[in-house]
Ligand binder design. Structure first.
Ligand SMILES: CC(C)C[C@H](N)C(=O)NCC(=O)O
Length: 494
């Protein structure tokens, strides 16, 4: 083929692609209401993975996902991943993992979209303005638990594939789905499943795509790193039952006093982690990283006001972003067994269990962190010379993940964002954890991209979580455009 014929062929291809894209976008716009109703149905399921009472709901949720994909003609499996062991030694069935496949053309790339449909706990009385399980649209924002994290993004991916099907257009790449129901509690059972399916379901996967995070501002973003997380229970046990604080106070050494005492030794008021060995393991901030953070458009004051605090740990952009993304932190989440109802119960709790977590960054290692924390807490507890008993357990040990932003997957992401939003994306990291990201990378050796569609103010895990209709619908278009861009990556790129 001579140069002139080649340019004509390329022109015809790009016209055809542009024409297809316009039709797909029109289809998405025309089906907005259907997409919102699909989200309403999913949000109505209280698929809280941290509450074992809700496990039947979680099973129902996984079945709903599978059924949706089956109805689209995918090859769908509900994979049994076994049992979850609870802290008291009991076991409970883990929600099955949904795998699905659309297309198996060996001449095309195969992408695997990972997502989750379990949610964090939510109760109206936590301070929600609307029922967390009844999707409520207020001024273009759809409120409900799990909207942004991660039900709407999963649906947007499904709808992207469905749009191609509905218009009888062939998918530009083969698309696989791997949807789980335990992400919020550390993806229990998934590591083993990924390992077991490395040479089967995952064998022909070229790239993994995750859309389980948010933008940093109103500018679309591509995410190239997440922090890991080590989650601990510290239990202090004393008397054989709860005691009257008037009758026994002053006579016994109280478990709660011990617990608060040791918790106070984890982190200084200025955010310095006091556990020996932790800070030392953190990779230093490179000049290149500093420059990347410096170049990101991010308004610290706006962030402060949106968060509703009058003082942040750091007031300059680079420090603040670095401490959200690439330094570890300790968060204390709650104390089980402590009196927390309204009222003035005067009790000495007999056994209290603190829950805290340490976000992980390169080059920390969860196995080492487990030893460091356990050893440290026992040594500070020993200094108290308390007769009570301390037990420290690590219940989640998820590693951090980092990607190469020079990979063609990111170039394809930039092109798709340019097409849909007509702007360049921010390249960002994420302070939260997607436990399986690192496993995917280590076990399959495949490249991963995180392509968020959540807004910066979606309130994941918080009261009034939402997803804007704009992000949901434009996000669906982004995924459509992205599939097309990935198809252009030369087959040899790893
Ligand atoms: C912003 C996170 C990466 C979103 C993710 N779904 C999540 O919430 N993970 C658990 C966590 O505690 O970070």
């Amino acid at each position: 083929m001579n140069l002139q014929t080649l340019s004509i062929v390329l022109l015809v291809i790009s016209y055809a692609q542009a024409f297809h894209y316009i039709k797909l976008v029109q289809y998405v716009d025309d089906h907005q209401e259907e997409y919102v109703e699909a989200l309403r149905d999913w949000v109505a399921i209280e698929s809280d993975s941290s509450n074992i009472q809700k496990r039947p709901e979680l099973h129902r949720m996984m079945e709903m996902v599978a059924q949706k994909l089956r109805l689209m003609g995918g090859t769908v499996e509900l994979v049994d991943i076994g049992e979850q062991e609870l802290p008291d030694g009991q076991t409970i069935t883990l929600p099955k993992v949904v795998t699905a496949q659309f297309g198996s053309d060996p001449s095309k790339h195969t992408v695997c979209v990972y997502g989750h449909v379990d949610v964090q706990p939510a109760k109206l009385e936590d301070g929600w303005a609307t029922d967390p399980y009844n999707l409520t649209d207020i001024s273009g924002n759809m409120y409900g638990r799990g909207t942004s994290d991660n039900k709407a993004p999963v649906l947007a991916w499904i709808h992207a594939v469905k749009a191609y099907q509905a218009l009888s257009m062939v998918l530009p790449v083969n698309v696989k789905f791997l949807i789980e129901g335990m992400e919020e509690t550390g993806s229990n059972g998934l590591d083993a499943m990924i390992l077991a399916q490395r040479d089967t379901f995952l064998s022909d996967v070229d790239y993994i795509i995750i859309s389980d995070c948010g933008w940093l501002s109103r500018r679309p973003a591509l995410t190239y790193g997440t922090r890991g997380n080590c989650y601990f229970f510290a239990e202090v046990e004393g008397p054989k039952q709860d005691l009257h604080s008037g009758v026994y106070g002053g006579a016994v050494i109280e478990p709660m006093t011990d617990l608060i005492g040791i918790l106070d030794t984890l982190i200084s008021p200025s955010g310095r982690i006091l556990i020996p060995g932790i800070q030392e393991a953190v990779a230093p901030l490179s000049d290149e990283e500093w420059k990347m953070y410096q170049d990101i458009e991010f308004d610290v004051n706006h962030f402060k006001n949106k968060t509703g605090v009058n003082h942040l740990m750091y007031n300059n952009k680079v420090d603040l972003l670095a401490h959200r993304w690439r330094y570890p932190t300790v968060s204390i989440h709650g104390i089980m067994g402590a009196f927390s109802d309204p009222g003035t119960k005067t009790v000495i709790p007999a056994k209290v269990t603190a829950k805290f977590s340490i976000r992980q960054v390169p080059d920390m290692d969860p196995a080492t962190v487990k030893k460091q924390v356990t050893h440290y807490l026992h040594s500070v507890f020993a200094k108290r010379k308390s007769p009570n008993k301390l037990k420290v357990t690590m219940v989640i040990g998820a590693k951090p993940w980092l990607a190469d932003t020079q990979h063609p997957l990111y170039e394809a992401g930039k092109a798709a964002i340019k097409r849909v939003f007509n702007m360049e994306p921010d390249l960002i990291r994420e302070g939260g954890t997607i436990p399986i990201a690192r496993t995917f990378q280590d076990v399959t050796g495949k490249s991963i991209i995180m392509m968020p569609i959540g807004g910066f103010d979606d309130g994941m895990h918080s009261q009034n979580e939402k997803m804007s209709r704009y992000n949901y619908i434009e996000g669906t278009k982004l995924f459509i455009a992205y599939l097309n861009e990935v198809a252009q990556i030369t087959k040899t790129s790893g």
